[in-house]
Design a protein around this ligand. Structure first.
Ligand SMILES: [Zn+2]
Length: 71
């Protein structure tokens, strides 16, 4: 009789993102903290659509890959 081993597959997604002007780039790994959808005028302008979406990520597991933030 065959024996089946059930394995739990854990996937880690790496997301890259940047600031609005594109000077800063960073990447984050791990599970997002949530998903925010906003219909304010500023988010509509930034996304050129009816709403903007944000995916907040935990600070741990995030690293800056390009640019230098100003204090
Ligand atoms: Zn907004």
């Amino acid at each position: 009789m065959p024996t089946y081993v059930r394995q739990r597959l854990v996937l880690t997604f790496v997301r890259t993102r940047g600031c609005e002007c594109g000077r800063l780039r960073c990447e984050s790994a791990g599970k997002p903290l949530g998903l925010h959808v906003c219909h304010c005028r500023e988010c509509q302008k930034q996304s050129a659509s009816a709403f903007g979406m944000s995916l907040p990520m935990p600070c741990s597991g995030s690293s800056l890959t390009a640019g230098e933030p100003r204090a």
